[in-house]
Design a binder for this molecule. Structure first.
Ligand SMILES: *Cc1c(COP(=O)(O)O)cnc(C)c1O
Length: 379
């Protein structure tokens, strides 16, 4: 029996209506009607200023510029993350100092950071893996004590909390991704959250190619001029329109993803009790936002066998990340340290299909296959 269950399928409610409306308005470039609607939505959610960007990668590059990262500054971040977290700062000439993750969860371990801080350290970037909060009280205390800038790569973490506060509101800057694989998508897209209003004027300038065009549009300037560095960080209205359709159904999408997450967790528990897999350990201060569901296999070999087994049944599962401290780009330039947890998670994590349209029946087929795999390999 061969099923056909992909890892991800984007859910795009009302996208065609809104795209038609962009075409009818004849404003396809950035910062139009739908960009404003999206920014209003997120401004309301986060109670601060936000800018829609053409990717989370772009939003991270903006944070590096806004934080005035300069050559030879050191930036601490987890090794277990996507390349964009690091590239944004490498592009400014920074030296990346990779930190290990916690034993039980692939988030950066705040207790292992103090020893990495030097007089050159400028910023700490935390990544809320799978939308599960890092230990923010400890991180905030650490950056305050050392006078560092905290940046949250909240790519996974839309509408997720640490205690009763939204992730993305702790750092001086935070970024969210609307890539097709994330909870809500613009195709390619992202969000910059600016938590200090004093940074907002410069953020607008970087966003609009180094010009004061935003101030000009508000009638605050007679003409717009080149006033700083910048790039084209703003998305087209087409992307904003696609995203906006999901914002209109945001609660429903989140609810559905969280239900899927919980169903995986509850049904896979018996395998954890038998010691065959490990399920995500959610700390008491964190919430689940249904971004991704992973399980941890006992060995790298079992993980790879399980991917092949599922694929044989037409079920697509994936793994990530390859630890950045061992990547070809990094080891050519730096000595690499041992970051055991980061390596272990990258070898043993398996991500299961999770998307709005995944039916309960298909989800149960996936779970049944995982059970079957473990009975044939263990008995
Ligand atoms: C997806 C992702 C990014 C990049 O997002 P894009 O929107 O594709 O640029 C950055 N960091 C993390 C942790 C991610 O998962």
């Amino acid at each position: 029996m061969k099923y056909r269950i992909p890892y991800n399928v984007p859910y795009l409610p009302r996208a065609l209506d809104h795209l038609t409306s962009v075409v009818e308005r004849r404003q396809v470039s950035g910062h139009g009607y739908f960009t404003d609607r999206c920014q209003e939505f997120f401004g309301h959610l986060y109670q601060t200023d936000t800018l829609l960007t053409s990717s989370c990668t772009d939003a991270l590059e903006m944070t590096a510029l806004l934080a005035h990262i300069e050559p030879d500054d050191e930036v601490i971040m987890p090794s277990f993350t996507f390349t964009s977290t690091a590239n944004a700062f490498v592009l400014r000439g920074a030296r990346i100092i990779f930190a290990d993750t916690q034993d039980h969860y692939p988030n950066m371990d705040p207790d292992k950071l103090e020893e990495l801080i030097t007089p050159r350290t400028k910023a700490i970037v935390c990544v809320h893996y799978a939308g599960v909060a890092c230990e923010m009280d400890k991180l905030v205390a650490l950056v305050d004590h050392h006078g560092l800038i905290l940046i949250e790569d909240a790519a996974h973490a839309v509408s997720a909390y640490y205690k009763d506060r939204l992730l993305g509101t702790f750092g001086r800057f935070a970024t969210i991704s609307f890539h097709e694989t994330k909870n809500i998508t613009a195709g390619e897209g992202g969000l910059l959250i600016v938590n200090n209003p004093a940074d907002m004027d410069r953020a607008h300038i970087l966003w609009e190619k180094g010009t004061d065009r935003v101030a000009f549009h508000r009638g605050q300037k007679q003409k717009y001029k080149w006033v700083d560095v910048g790039s084209s960080f703003l998305p087209s209205e087409l992307n904003a329109a696609v995203l906006y359709g999901q914002l209109e159904s945001f609660e429903m999408i989140q609810q559905q993803r969280i239900e899927l997450w919980n169903h995986y967790y509850e049904r896979l528990l018996p395998l954890q009790e038998k010691g065959l897999i490990r399920l995500p350990v959610i700390p008491p201060y964190a919430t689940i936002n249904g971004h991704l569901f992973y399980l941890e296999c006992n060995t790298n070999g079992t993980r790879n066998d399980l991917i092949r087994y599922l694929s044989h049944y037409g079920i697509q599962s994936v793994f990530h990340y390859l630890p950045l401290h061992l990547s070809p780009f990094y080891i050519k330039r730096h000595d690499s340290r041992r970051l055991n947890n980061s390596v272990r998670f990258s070898e043993t994590i398996l991500r299961l299909p999770l998307y709005y349209d995944l039916s309960r029946e298909d989800q149960d087929l996936i779970i049944d296959c995982i059970f079957k795999f473990h009975t044939c390999t263990c008995t």
